[in-house]
Design a protein around this ligand. Structure first.
Ligand SMILES: [Zn+2]
Length: 101
């Protein structure tokens, strides 16, 4: 069982990735619409930007989901030695065994 260490900066970065992807998607669709969806090099480029935006947003969203799943898990820290446990039962057991309380 690994120690869960939620990093707020990491979560903020994932949010920025999703926002960046959405911006790319909107810019790509907007660009394609601006050029009238006529098969031209510029339209292909705009659609390419939109596709990259979808991929980036999807990746960012997936990263966020795994992070949220990890951080919802409760964390119990021993007041005596700072050891971390996944449940209160495990912490109580540790406190009893190691510190005789
Ligand atoms: Zn302890």
């Amino acid at each position: 069982m690994g120690i869960v260490n939620p990093n707020p900066f990491d979560r903020k970065m994932k949010m920025y990735i999703v926002i960046l992807g959405v911006i790319l998607l909107i810019a790509g669709i907007g660009g394609a619409a601006y050029y009238g969806f006529v098969p031209r090099t510029r339209v292909y480029g705009a659609i390419g930007v939109a596709v990259v935006g979808i991929v980036v947003a999807a990746l960012g969203a997936m990263m966020k989901t795994t992070s949220a799943g990890a951080t919802t898990k409760g964390q119990f820290t021993c007041a005596k030695c700072g050891a971390k446990f996944g449940s209160e039962v495990a912490l109580n057991q540790h406190t009893k065994d190691k510190h005789g309380m």
